[in-house]
Design a protein around this ligand. Structure first.
Ligand SMILES: Cc1cc2nc3c(=O)[nH]c(=O)nc-3n(C[C@H](O)[C@H](O)[C@H](O)COP(=O)(O)OP(=O)(O)OC[C@H]3O[C@@H](n4cnc5c(N)ncnc54)[C@H](O)[C@@H]3O)c2cc1C
Length: 386
């Protein structure tokens, strides 16, 4: 069997990329060990915001929002996109950076509003104002259904002529000298001019199977789902509560996914063997932080708690695109806990790059080449990561 392109992994990254590559006319095979979105994507809070600190990520987040909005027309199914807005609530230490980013985002055409202090009572009612120095509100933000969005891409990929094989693990990449030539499956080899590694937290062992370096950490990320007692005033918007290092994603009918954001400790785990239930102290820590900030959440009931994986790069920006000195291979991994919302636009630009050789200068920096060049996006971190 021989293909123009093989994409490994049907999370949001691989599914979006495979769709755009197939739509561009390439004979494409999409391989998935389990089912679509059975990796990090399926557990994602899938909060969508444009609140980033570099023009590249702002541009990609904005472009992805347009793609989520148009999913029904473009892909034939919608992506479960609920555009109920997004709030980034900041502490005094975060104010200067947040204001600078708001101005930069506005200059790129992003619609957002800044409020000094707790502000926006229509979005953040009954909030304890303690420690809140300001709020950024984005009306175009919100959240999507990560499984539905991924399935929409997989279905559109098949409609575009692509071949999808679920329950088909790739055992290793095939390499001849400085070229990746295909993949090894349980059923034999599949050859391709190009292999895209979109295997998420499992991308590192896959790359290493062909002797490729991929500096990805695999860290455990816990989330909780809560039912708020009925009759309470609750926010509609998704929220990054920077001041408490928590995030909130509405699920509808008084339910929220609530997790812990930066700053916190990140613990490395084996992606093939990690604890998938949440820790009791994590759950009670979340509950304490939330009930202190939103008295109206008092008495909330735990519905579910789990742990999934972040695939984290040294600068928390993904690895995307080909590498110098290696033919037939491209990375698209390292979503670093915020990769869902930008994956559709990255998938499209990556496909253009692979099919035409043309790439925007800022997008080219996503390549793994930035490691050898010492050209990381960010040397130190703060603020809104996830
Ligand atoms: C708990 C949690 C909350 C998050 N919240 C947000 C958020 O609010 N907003 C946001 O933008 N991002 C968020 N993220 C990050 C975002 O979800 C991820 O960056 C993104 O979904 C990663 O998608 P992916 O396709 O790159 O990887 P994955 O979804 O992990 O997909 C990789 C796929 O490859 C398959 N695979 C692996 N190895 C092989 C192999 N050898 N052969 C075949 N298939 C293979 C896996 O089964 C998997 O389906 C969150 C992540 C987590 C875990």
């Amino acid at each position: 069997m021989s293909y123009d392109a093989i994409v490994v992994g049907a999370g949001i990254s691989g599914a979006a990329t495979a769709y755009h590559v197939a739509k561009g006319g390439a004979k494409t095979l999409l391989l998935e060990r389990g089912e679509p979105a059975s990796g990090g994507t399926g557990k994602s809070a899938a909060i969508i915001r444009q609140s980033y600190s570099t023009p590249l990520l702002v541009r990609l987040a904005r472009a992805s929002i347009t793609m989520f909005e148009n999913a029904k027309n473009e892909l034939g199914r919608d992506a479960g996109f609920v555009q109920d807005g997004y709030c980034f609530v900041v502490s005094r230490e975060m104010v200067d950076g947040a204001k600078k980013n708001v101005a930069m985002q506005k200059s790129l055409g992003i619609v957002n509003e800044w409020s000094e202090g707790p502000g926006f009572p229509q979005h953040l009612s009954e909030i304890d104002p303690d420690g809140i120095a300001g709020v950024v509100y984005e009306p175009h933000g919100g959240y999507a259904d990560p499984v539905q969005a991924t399935e929409a891409y997989v279905e559109a990929f098949k409609t575009a002529g692509g071949e999808f094989r679920p329950r088909t693990p790739v055992r290793r990449l095939l390499r001849e000298g400085d070229r990746i030539t295909g993949v090894e499956l349980d059923s034999g080899e599949a050859k391709a001019n190009l292999v895209v590694n979109a295997a998420g937290p499992w991308a590192k062992p896959l790359a290493e199977s062909a002797g490729l370096d991929l500096p990805l950490r695999c860290v455990r990320e816990q989330d909780t789902v809560w039912q708020i007692p009925s009759g309470r005033k609750i926010p509609k918007a998704s929220i990054s509560m920077g001041v408490d290092a928590t995030y909130f994603r509405p699920l509808g009918q008084g339910r929220f996914i609530i997790g812990r954001g930066f700053p916190k400790d990140y613990f490395d785990v084996d992606p093939y063997n990690y604890k998938t239930s949440a820790d009791a102290d994590f759950i009670s820590d979340v509950q304490t932080r939330v009930e202190r900030r939103f008295p109206s959440f008092a008495g909330m009931k735990l519905i579910e708690a789990y742990a999934a994986l972040y695939d984290v790069t040294p600068d928390w920006y993904p690895f995307v695109g080909p590498r110098s000195g290696l033919a037939g291979y491209a990375d698209f991994c390292g979503g670093s806990g915020h990769g869902f919302k930008i994956a559709p636009a990255i998938g499209r630009e990556l496909a253009d790059w692979l099919l035409t050789g043309k790439v925007a200068d800022d997008f080219r920096q996503f390549s793994h080449d930035r490691i050898a060049a010492g050209n990381l996006f960010v040397q130190s971190f703060g603020g809104n990561r996830g």
